[in-house]
Design a protein around this ligand. Structure first.
Ligand code: ADP
Ligand code: ADP
Length: 229
């Protein structure tokens, strides 16, 4: 579902040029949860941001659902990105919008009709267990609740892929576990492929099928989680 080939990312130019990623090969089969783990500065964030081209790779291919995103024009890329949901460490909710309005936003941007948006948002809030908080603002929510809203928002356009950028790093261990359980449910019930990055072994052990270890911009080890540990 996701295939990164010969992927490199260089920051800076000339003498200060620096490979944040170098020759990455990574395959995320449909329906799996793949984790990329590594220390701070290893290149995890750059890698996951290359998957939806938030970061443009310097070299290499980024295929999602059989399409090379690096070859698309801006309009085609916007459409292709609806297939790729993303959640973040700090949730990135809009503080001036309610829970309902945050989840509705990507659907509004995709020009869904109002009734369809209402039905979809209602369904998504049910899925993440937050129907009772639809009218709340992000500042009134706990960290775990905020991440549930972000997950509902990411799933709105029914993406095939969910990217998780340190999605539980700002949460306490108990809340982390409840979010991981939700991600596993989404993977199993909806068949959504998940690529996550983390610096925490416990996250990988808890939900990943496959893990890749990244160090100084290169994947130095990868395999099934059972084998890895
Ligand atoms: P991680 O997510 O594993 O902590 P990052 O992908 O954030 O790693 O960073 C990898 C390396 O690239 C680090 O050395 C970081 O300082 C560098 N880096 C990240 N973003 C930029 C940028 N926009 N400009 C220059 N260097 C960057
Ligand atoms: P989490 O609940 O994800 O561990 P927090 O540390 O933010 O994250 O919240 C701890 C608890 O405090 C939560 O379970 C929640 O019930 C409560 N809480 C946090 N923020 C608020 C808030 N703004 N208003 C009301 N209750 C809150």
């Amino acid at each position: 579902m996701i295939k990164l080939s010969s992927l490199s990312k260089v920051y800076g130019e000339g003498k200060s040029a620096f490979y944040a990623l170098k020759g990455i090969e990574l395959d995320v089969p449909a329906g799996q949860i793949v984790g990329v783990i590594g220390a701070s500065g290893a290149g995890k964030s750059t890698l996951i941001r290359c998957v939806n081209l938030l970061e443009r790779p310097t070299q290499g291919r980024v295929e999602v659902d059989g399409v090379d995103l690096t070859a698309l024009d801006a309009q085609a890329l916007t459409l292709a990105r609806r297939n790729i949901g993303m959640i973040f460490q700090h949730f990135n909710l809009l503080s001036s919008r309610t829970v309902f309005e945050n989840v509705a936003l990507p659907l509004e941007l995709a020009n869904w009709p109002k009734e369809k948006i209402t039905a979809r948002v209602t369904e998504l809030l049910e899925l993440v267990g937050l129907s009772h908080r639809a009218k709340a603002y992000p500042s009134q929510l706990s960290g775990g609740q905020k991440q549930r809203v972000a997950i509902a928002r990411a799933l709105g356009p029914a993406p095939k892929v969910l990217l998780c950028d340190e999605a539980t790093s700002a949460l306490d261990p108990q809340t982390t576990q409840s979010i991981l359980t939700l991600l596993k449910e989404i993977n199993q019930k909806l068949g959504i492929t998940i690529l996550l990055i983390t610096h925490e072994m416990a996250v990988v052990k808890s939900i990943c099928d496959v893990v890749a270890l990244i160090d100084q911009g290169q994947i130095i080890e990868q395999g099934e989680v059972g084998w890895f540990f």
